[in-house]
Ligand binder design. Structure first.
Ligand code: ADP
Ligand code: MG
Length: 251
């Protein structure tokens, strides 16, 4: 579903991604771990083409995002249509929810389907109500974000991300900005999504979630994948010293 090959990205002299390879199969849940500054967010943004890459290729559902390979040469930019098709298959959930503050929960979820994809209002509304119920917010659909807790806002953000029927969901530390008592409700929603077969790439420091929900754990440091494997392998029996040190620090 997602194939990243030799993805490289610099910010000036800062080599942030130094050749990242990652393959995510349909229905797979991959948890991406790594210290702050290791390039996790940048990597997710390149998959979503919020950030252009300097080298390497990314495909989503077989469609090249951003760049396509050229035999023996620098990858060249893909056409706008191919890019739009690839991006339409992805949705991203951010640490800081990024809801529209002047719109209700329901309006937030309806926004992209109506404005970007041209879905009729009535149909978008029906879908949005179903999604808000699925994340446990059927009684809050007309609330503005400031009347919702952080956990509720993040669940609205997840419903909004689902409203465009993505084939892949990207999560960038979705619970890091939440008070501890609100983390569980968001992880529960994510766990249900995983059980329903959604393909997910999740950046998180929630080691327990990784152990219980991930099919595969990928540990990144310094812009490369240092180690990857099952949760048992990477979390419980890490082979690389850098992975061991990170896990000692977060658990
Ligand atoms: P992580 O999510 O693992 O904490 P990031 O991908 O956010 O790591 O950052 C990796 C490195 O890239 C850091 O050194 C950060 O300062 C740098 N970086 C991230 N975004 C930008 C940007 N837009 N411009 C310049 N440097 C950036
Ligand atoms: Mg980050």
């Amino acid at each position: 579903m997602v194939v990243c090959h030799n993805v490289q990205k610099d910010y000036g002299s800062n080599k942030v991604l130094r050749g990242v390879d990652l393959t995510v199969k349909r229905g797979e849940v991959v948890v991406l771990l790594g210290p702050s500054g290791s390039g996790k967010s940048t990597f997710l943004r390149t998959i979503n083409h919020l950030e252009p890459v300097d080298w390497g290729t990314i495909t989503v559902g077989g469609e090249f995002v951003g760049y396509e390979p050229v035999a023996g040469g620098q990858p060249r930019p893909t056409g706008r249509l191919a890019r739009a098709r690839a991006r339409a298959r992805l949705s991203m959930v951010f640490q800081h929810f990024n809801l529209f503050n002047h719109l209700t929960a329901l309006e937030n979820v309806m926004e992209a389907p109506v404005r970007v994809f041209g879905v009729p209002q009535a149909q978008a509304r029906e879908t949005a109500l179903r999604l808000l119920a699925a994340v446990g917010l059927q009684n809050h659909v007309n609330h503005l974000p400031h009347r919702l807790s952080g956990g509720q806002q993040q669940r609205v953000a997840i419903a909004r991300a689902l409203a465009t029927s993505p084939r892949v969901m990207l999560f960038d530390e979705p619970t890091s900005a939440l008070d501890p008592e609100l983390v569980g409700e968001v992880l529960t929603v994510m766990r249900k999504l995983a059980e329903a077969g959604m393909t997910m790439i999740v950046v998180t420091h929630e080691i327990r979630f990784a152990r219980e929900v991930a099919d595969r754990v990928v540990f990144m440091d310094g812009g490369v994948v240092v180690e990857e494997g099952t949760p048992e392998a990477v979390i419980d029996n890490p082979r690389q010293e850098r992975t061991q040190r990170f896990l000692r620090a977060v658990s």
